[in-house]
Write a protein of this length. Structure first.
Length: 83
């Protein structure tokens, strides 16, 4: 490489319409259901059932989902204030 300029073609990462390909994304698609009941445990169980039990990130995704639900509940209850 010593003093040479290396050119990289980034066009292989994009499709013809300019959108990046996401088909090879390893993260599972998280489906947010707006019609879920406000009771926390049943929706958490439903979410846990949707994730593959063999997924190495399963525990992390469940914890993150619970955290987001708590944050959303605080926001709805009016206790969550943005400054």
């Amino acid at each position: 490489l010593l003093g040479r300029t290396i050119r990289v073609d980034h066009a292989s990462n994009q499709t013809k319409d300019g959108q990046r390909r996401t088909g090879m994304n390893a993260a599972p698609e998280i489906i947010k259901d707006d019609s879920a009941s406000p009771s926390g445990s049943s929706s958490e169980d439903d979410f846990a059932d949707k994730i593959d039990p063999d997924d190495p990130m399963r525990d992390y995704l469940i914890k993150r989902h619970k955290k987001e639900k708590r944050k959303a509940k605080k926001h709805i209850d009016g206790r969550y204030v943005l400054h």
